[in-house]
Design a protein around this ligand. Structure first.
Ligand code: FES
Length: 158
């Protein structure tokens, strides 16, 4: 058993979800999702943990986790910026925001700043099109963004 372990709250969520699924097999997705919620990424250690919990081999968990692009297989920055790239956000200025992030933080989608502080992902519609363009910063939405507003948000994180 490695170092990773669900927090008691996540263990409880796992147990509640497990009751809803007839087969433990179908628990792979929610089980990994809980890992990512807890740690920000899915480490090899956590994959072993999930494999043991579900009675799978670590390689089965690994294959599953690599198939779904929403799982981070490397540690991400303290601040995870998810920039929506879908139509409304795209039209309303997401490309300018992306350019600004590149200029100020030096990162493109999929990259982390060298100090490990910021990670940028491009994501599909987050259901906040009315507030386009938007980002989620550690899952918190910031809508109707302009470069100036984003600048302020980034400075507050620094
Ligand atoms: S298009 Fe960006 S939130 Fe819907």
């Amino acid at each position: 058993m490695g170092k990773f372990k669900y927090t008691p709250e996540n263990e409880e969520k796992f147990q509640i979800t497990a009751k809803k699924y007839p087969k433990i097999d179908s628990m792979m997705l929610p089980a990994l999702w809980l890992v990512q919620e807890q740690e920000g990424w899915v480490s090899p250690d956590a994959m072993i943990y999930v494999a043991e919990k579900l009675g799978k081999s670590p390689i089965q968990v690994y294959e599953f986790a690599t198939f779904y692009t929403m799982f981070n297989l490397k540690p991400i920055g303290t601040y995870h910026i998810e920039l929506c790239k879908t139509l409304s956000c795209m039209i309303m200025g997401a490309p300018e925001l992306k350019k600004f992030i590149k200029e100020t933080l030096g990162i493109e989608p999929g990259q982390t700043t060298p100090d490990g502080k910021f990670h940028l992902s491009e994501v599909e519609c987050q259901g906040a099109c009315g507030g386009a363009p938007m980002i989620a910063l550690n899952h918190q939405y910031h809508e109707n963004l302009t470069v100036e507003k984003l600048d302020k948000i980034i400075k507050e994180c620094k």
